[in-house]
Design a protein around this ligand. Structure first.
Ligand code: SF4
Length: 318
């Protein structure tokens, strides 16, 4: 007797609407993201919005080895391509991922120069631009809309939380209302928006985090990324954690797996999931590392979803 195969609303057998499958279906092959540091700064560090940055942020802790702001964008891309060509899972095409700091925080001519340099590499077929919701305006969006006619373009906003009290607590320097405005403007220009959320921020209960699934599900989103809070050395949280660790209710691996299974059950199945957890080198963490690579955490979450027979959007109501 042949086994019955379940296809979920996004047309494949994974229980999450996974970005890797979406990209393979859309482009016909695996696409690798190349992280670059294009030498931007951030208004929450240079004094425009604040100094010292968000309480959890130490950008250097997440940059891969080929990412060096002292080098040109083309150099970083070439190095990244060579790095990935030596790996087991090869990709013929790439996205330039402007990840470090706020990648729309410059004048339009400067932005054009930096994005064009990335797109000049014939293997680069798209841009992913990490930025803050308060670093976007109609001039930039209008320009990005012209690029999106030819390339895959996603603007990835750091939302981090849907609660203003949390945003204040983590020194984000913007409100949730500003995030909504940026997402609405992005939609107005027909551009794809992604967001980033952190779970385990101080002052948010598990119920608060879970309740955000309904809010997030209503937003005009193409992609989403989730990270668990990790206490990284060299951050404001690292100091607070050393002083009073009990003010942090960090997720253990098992708690996070259970939480994500519930959360994904409520999440709009149309939103493409880019990432379910963060990963940083154990030596930069002050909190106890989980001891697993990201792919192992992802596997554990998907295995648990199978055991519970749940999937992204199982409980989502339009
Ligand atoms: S997380 Fe982003 S917005 Fe916050 S300080 Fe770091 S670079 Fe700036």
């Amino acid at each position: 007797m042949s086994e019955i195969t379940t296809y979920y609303p996004w047309g494949d057998t994974r229980r999450i609407h996974a970005a890797s499958n979406y990209l393979r279906k859309t482009f016909g092959s695996r696409i690798q993201k190349l992280t670059i540091d294009a030498g931007f700064t951030c208004p929450n560090r240079d004094g425009t919005k604040g100094v010292g940055g968000c309480s959890y942020c130490n950008n250097d802790a997440f940059n891969p080895s080929y990412c060096d702001p002292q080098q040109s964008i083309s150099w970083q891309l070439e190095k990244g391509i060579r790095f990935h060509e030596n790996r087991y899972r090869k990709a013929p095409q790439f996205f330039a991922y402007f990840q470090a700091y706020s990648n729309t925080y410059a004048t339009l001519p400067e932005l054009k120069a930096r994005y064009s340099e990335a797109l000049a590499n014939p293997k680069v077929i798209g841009l992913i631009l990490g930025t803050r919701p308060d670093c976007m305006d109609e001039g930039i969006l209008e320009y990005l809309a012209t690029l999106a006619e030819k390339y895959y373009v996603v603007i990835e906003y750091g939302l981090e939380s849907v609660y203003d009290r949390t945003l204040e607590r983590i020194n984000r320097g913007h409100t949730f209302e500003e995030s909504l405005r940026a997402l609405e403007l992005t939609r107005k220009y027909g551009l794809k928006a992604g967001v980033h959320l952190i779970f385990g921020l101080p002052g948010e209960s598990r119920a608060d985090m879970m309740a955000s699934a309904d809010i997030i599900s209503e937003l005009p989103l193409h992609t989403i990324k989730f990270h668990q809070l990790q206490i990284v050395k060299g951050t404001r949280f690292a100091l607070e954690y050393q002083e009073a660790p009990s003010q942090f209710d960090l997720f253990s691996l098992e708690e996070y797996i259970d939480f994500m299974c519930d959360y994904l059950g409520s999440l709009n199945p149309e939103i493409i999931v880019e990432r379910l957890a963060g990963e940083s080198q154990p030596d930069v963490q002050l909190s106890e590392p989980w001891g697993l690579r990201y792919d192992q955490v992802l596997k554990r979450i998907e295995e648990q979803m199978a055991r519970l027979d749940t999937w992204q959007g199982k409980y989502f109501k339009n």
